[in-house]
Design a protein around this ligand. Sequence first.
Ligand SMILES: [Zn+2]
Length: 279
Amino acid sequence: MTPTSLIGGHVSVTGGLAKGGLACMAEIGAEMIQVFVTNPRGWALAAGRPDQDALLAESGVDTFIHVPYLANFGSPSPETLANSVAIVRHTLRRGVDIAAKGVVVHTGSAVSQSRDDALRQLREHLLPLLDEIPDGGPDLLLEPMAGQGAMLCATVQDLEPYLAALDWHPRAGVCFDTCHAFAAGHDLAAEGGTRETFDLLHKIAPGRLKLIHANDSKDACGSKKDRHENIGAGLIGAPAFGEMMRHPAVAGVPICIETPGKTDKHREDIETLKRLRDG
Ligand SMILES: [Zn+2]
């Protein structure tokens, strides 16, 4: 039997990682969760609360942590680079504390420097962090972006040089965001487009897909714009998500929404995905 993908969402942890996060999970009908453990728009290395960490770890819920958006290992700014190292190291440690399955980090941008310099910098500063992950700790999941500006990795093909810069480290996984991939030019809405995209992902990075961010897109394929939409309300459309969940490379890979709106909308998106999975 093919393993089933758990379907869940990014949840608020107001009130505590376990208390707030698990309550929110129940409200939206999620089977897995993604959380922030620090301010998503800052660099502060927030300490956890051991009681909440233990409760979440003991809950057995599949949990992923998203690193703050500012992290960028391709940045020419020494300050941004140092902050990126500190925040990813901190988040990986927090991942151990809460028994997270994975820590998601955006693949970043070269900004004003060359792609080669940015990839060298990635190798020098991110590879050691992958080596530090203890056995049983979370994998580091690299999330390709929509492709604006000097993004280092947007298309599935871009994953090849990116992962090569990290020596194809065994703890480097992939978090595939459907909205980002569509914006980067993978036409998931076209006949066979979803199958082709996941075939290619499996060919380039076999076994590395560890999480999917399931988001519809407000903008057209190839727009390079990163504006998430509710499932079925955007230009990707619901059928593509059904096709995705039937792809063998996606079997058992958790699926997490990061869609607009509040509880009601999120519950609806999760229901839609469950229907497409189970129907
Ligand atoms: Zn995402």
